[in-house]
Ligand binder design. Structure first.
Ligand code: SF4
Length: 951
């Protein structure tokens, strides 16, 4: 027997760059013979989540095809490591069912009949329709709606070049509540925790296993832990992340802010806060609360006022609200105080996305950072804008003049992003129509709540004139499109990306691998679809060409933005677009490339990523630039202004840049909230979520002490709902799946393909001795779904949970649509607004050119829960509040696994009840929205005023 070799220095961690042109491995299939395989390795960027990790495509020199994907060691954020979804890209590109050619509907919309068309016809059709809409001043009828962006800035630029306010996103079902909590403090709407250097890490969601910036963050959380950091996880569910924690705090959903404020009180009462930081870097002098005005008062008086204001947040109160033990709250608060400036945290989805008022946990969490002075510090909380780099292209269009109320309606003036998930209801209310609608890597019928309302909208040709689904895979939404346009995966397209993954700034370059390789060999292509499989294209070239199709002679002023910066009047190429950026907009890249005798574009094609800087701490303390200082003045509140615009703030006698908030400091007190009709939330607060026990009692007609109708919508159960009332957590991610895009990945679906209902044993008993595998019927406010139970102690009693990402379905058995991940269903309309779905069969083996599809052994595709959820727009942030109040019972004799029923009339009524809680614009001065709050594809300032609505 061969002795086990402990010395592994003969093994490679990742292939070194100098061997990328000819990397040799033995062919595993030829074993035990040693047959060499030769690969060329080409870097690109993963497209399977927002993290943008670096991939290396291994192109087999013998076949010219990509054989596998591994990590790119030169990528500064992912450093050669990937999660399961990165290597699974190989399944996506080789899926025998993938869409290879542009398709056009040939029967009624939703009828499932398609014929192949050409890209030229697509461009001609859309170009003409959009041109006519623009000429008739109907620009707001053209809308681009994105699910997974996977790029930075290119679409904002494209739509502004068209002069329209037409950018819609998925953010309001994803993260907009957390964003408001963060941006009120420091303008940047995302955190960038420096996990690797932290001493204490607090996560309010499952970031170690599946959360935001998953792989880059996970490796740094572990680094922090290996260096001695403690980890605390606040999550009602024992996630894999919680199982790795020193403290698991299973809080009742929606009570997280109460726990965080109790921690803040421990730090305040024990006098363990960083007084110098709070004094210098918060806007404490503006605070007004409970009759106390800080202006002119001492800092000590402010601290006493805060203690009085938060007095009710004792550890015991927080325990009563949340279920987290008071002693754990005290202990973790002290650990946070001890970590001081090395306290890192992350909150993104989880409590923020689940709950009404989900922005308050982010606001309360930031109070802990302000108190510990852990903002902008090594091991602390950084701003996303400090750790993300978005270089600008050669020429940018001016902001659009119009404001589209289908995107930013008056009811939610503080929403951080477009009110995207309400679009079907807006159209139903007659607020507008769409002439040309582009959905891009976006499947609202399946990922959004209330998917049947989306079907009703999409199939209505009066409401949606022409719909193109730009997508790498089939989806439930694409089924209701007029055109299905195949767009590339990670190795089939260009994009430039950056994310706030660690304490540094980087850019990553996604590239079409086969095109790049063939061009290296001297072959020429006009378009990427000529090198990709079939005629799979990429969006960059599609939008450039569509812009030319809309404005062929340049007379509309659109074409100019898509002309080459090097060849006047000629069509811009992707090489020119990115080449210009790399040469001119990325500090240091030109020099780094020159050292290797390369042009910047060649450098990025060779390495796939570039680290721009690691000088990212305490950027608020940078001195105001001399040019800004000259001619500036200092206002009474210390803000330094020049020509009416803030450029900095005085701190300790020095003019420094500060934060982009109105006070240029961290805003402990938000005058914005007070001015925009929510004065009770000017400070970080806790108020109860829509699924709080008091709301549950009210829904059952029981006495509901503390049910506050100012904030909580009343739940009205459909007539036939039965069973016990629970809170359903529907949004936790499985680490292996990717919303719709993993549907054609055999590696990933073999790992995960079930989404049973998690039930605590206490509740299983209450429900009639439910056992794992029993069928349960879950009633929402608008319908029900039927699925299996999984009895587990990994969840707090009173709460049930069902994972997102599963429950894909297809209407047609024959069509080659995601057959390894979807159930074949019978979908019927029952009267007006009634929708009934029953599974005819689950997943079955099937015959394709890939022999593995015959070996598919699983039959479960999961159950589609989201489609049974009504929309819940948070009255302040507009975010869809995902958690559901549900009634759970044992399934009845006639119920079958996967059964679904929904009444869209009820979903419209729920929408109306939630909308009534909002406090609409105008705000001060007739504004639609505060001027200082950012907006995607921001229009010109005049459009922010309601009186200029028709501008
Ligand atoms: S975390 Fe996984 S899915 Fe996301 S970009 Fe990285 S490798 Fe891809």
């Amino acid at each position: 027997m061969t002795e086990f070799k402990r010395d592994r220095s003969h093994l490679s961690y990742c292939p070194p760059v100098e061997k990328w042109d000819d990397w040799v491995e033995y062919d595993a299939e030829a074993w035990p013979r040693r047959v060499e395989k030769h690969y060329q390795l080409v870097p690109t960027i993963c497209f399977n989540c927002e993290s943008a990790c670096g991939l290396l495509a291994y192109v087999d020199k013998a076949t010219g095809q990509v054989a596998k994907f591994e990590g790119n060691p030169k990528h500064p954020a992912s450093r050669g490591r990937l999660c399961a979804k990165g290597p699974a890209t190989i399944n996506q590109i080789h899926d025998p069912d993938r869409i290879l050619y542009p398709m056009k509907r040939s029967g009624p919309r939703g009828g499932g009949k398609w014929t192949r068309t050409s890209w030229d016809e697509v461009l001609e059709t859309f170009g003409a329709r959009i041109r006519k809409a623009f000429q008739e001043n109907r620009g707001e009828e053209v809308m681009y709606h994105v699910g997974r962006p996977g790029y930075d800035f290119t679409m904002e630029r494209t739509l502004q070049a068209w002069g329209i306010d037409g950018h819609n996103s998925h953010t309001n079902i994803c993260s907009s509540s957390a964003r408001l909590g963060y941006l009120l403090w420091h303008y940047s709407d995302r955190p960038s925790p420096d996990h690797a250097n932290a001493r204490f890490i607090l996560l309010l969601s499952a970031h170690l296993e599946s959360g935001h910036y998953f792989n880059p963050h996970a490796q740094r959380i572990i680094e922090g832990k290996m260096a001695g950091a403690k980890l605390a996880v606040m999550d009602p569910r024992l996630s894999n992340t919680a199982s790795m924690a020193d403290y698991w705090m299973p809080s009742y959903p929606g009570t997280e802010a109460a726990v965080l404020l109790a921690m803040a009180m421990v730090i305040l009462k024990e006098n363990r806060f960083d007084a110098t930081f709070v004094k210098n870097w918060t806007n404490w002098e503006e605070l007004e609360v409970d009759g106390f005005r800080a202006q002119g008062q001492s800092f000590e008086a402010l601290i006493e006022a805060l203690k009085r204001h938060y007095a009710q947040f004792t550890p015991e109160f927080a325990e009563k609200e949340s279920g987290v033990k008071a002693e754990v709250i005290v202990k973790t608060a002290r650990e946070i105080a001890t970590a001081g400036s090395r306290f890192a945290s992350h909150l993104w989805r989880g409590s923020a996305s689940g709950n009404l008022g989900g922005w308050q946990p982010a606001r309360a969490l930031m109070l802990l950072h302000a108190l510990t002075g852990s903002v902008g510090t090594p091991g602390g909380h950084n701003l996303n804008a400090w750790n993300k780099f978005v270089p600008r292209p050669f020429k940018n269009p001016p902001p659009q003049r119009r404001w589209n109320e289908l995107l930013y309606p008056l009811e939610w003036p503080l929403c951080t992003h477009e009110m995207s998930f309400l679009l079907p209801h807006f159209l139903k209310e007659g607020r507008g129509r769409l002439e040309a609608y582009f959905t891009r890597v976006f499947n609202p019928v399946w990922t959004y709540p209330d998917g049947f309302s989306w079907i009703e909208m999409l199939r209505d040709e009066e409401k949606v004139g022409l719909h193109a689904a730009l997508t790498p895979t089939w989806s439930e939404t694409a089924w209701f499109a007029d055109y299905v346009l195949p767009m590339g995966f990670s190795s089939e397209r260009h994009d430039l990306m950056s994310q706030e993954s660690y304490a540094g700034k980087w850019i990553g370059f996604r590239q079409p691998v086969l095109r790049v390789l063939q061009e290296r060999e001297g072959k020429k292509f006009d378009y990427t679809y000529q090198a990709n499989p079939g005629e799979v294209w990429e969006e960059d070239e599609f939008w450039i060409n569509l812009s030319w199709a809309i404005d062929p002679d340049g007379s509309m002023g659109i074409r100019q933005w898509f002309e080459s910066p090097y060849r006047p009047g000629q069509k811009l190429t992707v090489d020119e677009y990115y080449g210009w950026i790399f040469e001119n907009s990325v500090p240091g890249l030109r020099e780094a490339a020159a050292k290797e005798g390369l042009k910047p574009l060649e450098y990025m094609r060779k390495y796939g990523a570039y680290e721009v800087t690691t000088d990212v701490y305490k950027l608020n303390e940078k001195p105001v630039a001399a040019a800004d200082l000259s001619g500036s003045k200092v206002e009474a509140n210390g803000v330094v202004t020049k020509e009416g615009k803030a450029v900095g703030v005085m701190v300790d006698g020095e003019a420094v840049v500060g934060y982009n908030t109105p006070s240029r400091k961290l805003e402990l007190f938000s005058k914005t909230m007070a001015d925009w009709k929510w004065p009770e939330f000017a400070l970080p607060e806790y108020y109860r979520s829509h699924i709080h026990r008091s709301a549950q009692a009210a829904s059952m007609g029981n006495s509901a002490e503390d049910f506050d109708p100012r904030y909580m919508p009343r739940v009205e159960w459909p007539k036939d709902s039965n069973g016990e009332v629970y809170t359903l957590l529907p949004i936790f991610r499985l680490p292996h799946l990717i919303h719709t895009r993993s549907g054609n990945s055999k590696f990933l679906y073999e790992i995960a393909h079930k989404n049973p209902l998690w039930v605590n044993p206490v509740d299983a008993k209450k429900l009639g001795d439910i056992r794992t595998g029993d069928l349960l019927k879950v009633h929402t406010e608008i319908g029900f779904f039927v699925l299996h139970a999984w009895v587990t102690e990994g969840l707090a009693p009173g709460v049930v949970a069902c994972s997102h990402h599963l429950g894909r379905w297809r209407i047609n058995q024959e069509d080659q649509i995601e057959r390894m991940s979807s159930a074949w269903v019978d979908l019927q309309e029952v009267g007006k607004g009634g929708w009934k779905m029953r599974q005819i069969s689950g997943v079955e083996p099937y015959d394709t050119s890939d022999p593995d599809t015959k070996r598919v052994w699983w039959s479960d595709a999961g159950v589609h829960q989201n489609i049974t959820f009504p929309v819940h727009p948070d009255p302040i942030t507009g975010m869809h509040c995902w958690h559901q109040m549900v009634r759970v019972e044992r399934a009845n004799a006639g119920d079958r696994y996967g059964d679904i029923f929904v009444d869209t009339n009820l979903s419209f009524a729920v929408y109306q009840r939630w909308k009534a809680l909002a406090r609409p614009a105008p705000g001060p001065g007739g504004l639609r929205r505060p001027l200082w709050i950012p907006r995607v594809a921001r229009p010109e300032e005049a459009a922010f005023f309601i009186s200029t609505k028709k501008a």
